[in-house]
Ligand binder design. Structure first.
Ligand code: SF4
Length: 217
């Protein structure tokens, strides 16, 4: 099966498995989504969702986050990894939103990526999930599955993003990135697989008889 055929099959199957994939990070609006995505770096979404209700209770807007300040933010988010860096980034980011963006989350990659603690992946999640602008944020699950499904060489997340954007129609990106994440979490985990365990790979690679050893987990 050619790469484009695998992509078409995956779109069909993932739409069947996850017809309406929910946004995994709990939030109330664009700002709280941006905060939750920033906090999710090197953390599980579950852990972030345990922490954010307390944070949003006192700092659900840029102005209130700025008023809480770096130390106050740190007190609440301390159970998360990289909490010091994240508290500093949230305080700085909130000040910039208040001072330069009328307390609104900007709606462009360029302005988002200029904020402290916001890289291309975080900006892509916000553009996609908050503003419904087509984007393909590549996290560790998508990076791994794109390689296992023969959609990308998996050399870097940048390469994976470019490869996936070329393969799939733009109209599918916003739901597809979530569908791949859910499949990766539930079935195709980082713990390893020899490529013969589930029906999806059997459909994608009907002639596969031997176990596959991946270059990367
Ligand atoms: S067979 Fe393994 S590698 Fe292929 S989709 Fe299933 S879990 Fe992932």
């Amino acid at each position: 099966m050619r790469k484009a055929e695998r992509a078409t099959l995956l779109l069909e199957r993932l739409d069947e498995f996850y017809p309406n994939p929910p946004i995994p990070l709990d939030h109330q609006d664009e700002f709280t989504l941006l905060v939750a995505v920033l906090l999710s770096a090197q953390c599980t979404d579950k852990k972030v969702n345990e922490i954010t209700p307390a944070l949003f209770e006192v700092a659900g807007t840029p102005l209130r986050m700025q008023a809480l300040g770096e130390d106050g933010i740190l007190q609440i988010i301390r159970p998360l990894g990289l909490s010091k860096q994240k508290a500093k980034a949230l305080a700085g980011l909130s000040k910039i939103l208040v001072d330069q963006h009328d307390s609104q989350v900007p709606r462009s990659f360029e302005e988002l990526e200029a904020l402290p603690g916001v890289g291309h992946k975080t900006a892509s999640v916000v553009m996609s999930q908050a503003f419904d602008v087509p984007a393909f944020p590549v996290d560790t699950h998508i990076h791994r599955l794109a390689q296992r499904w023969g959609l990308s060489s998996g050399k870097s997340v940048v390469q994976t993003e470019n490869d996936l954007k070329k393969l799939f129609p733009e109209s599918s990106w916003n739901r597809l990135h979530l569908q791949i994440i859910f499949y990766g979490r539930e079935h195709c985990t980082a713990r390893g697989c020899d490529g013969t365990r589930c029906g999806l790979c059997q459909e994608l690679y009907p002639k596969r008889r031997k176990a596959v050893v991946w270059k990367k987990p």
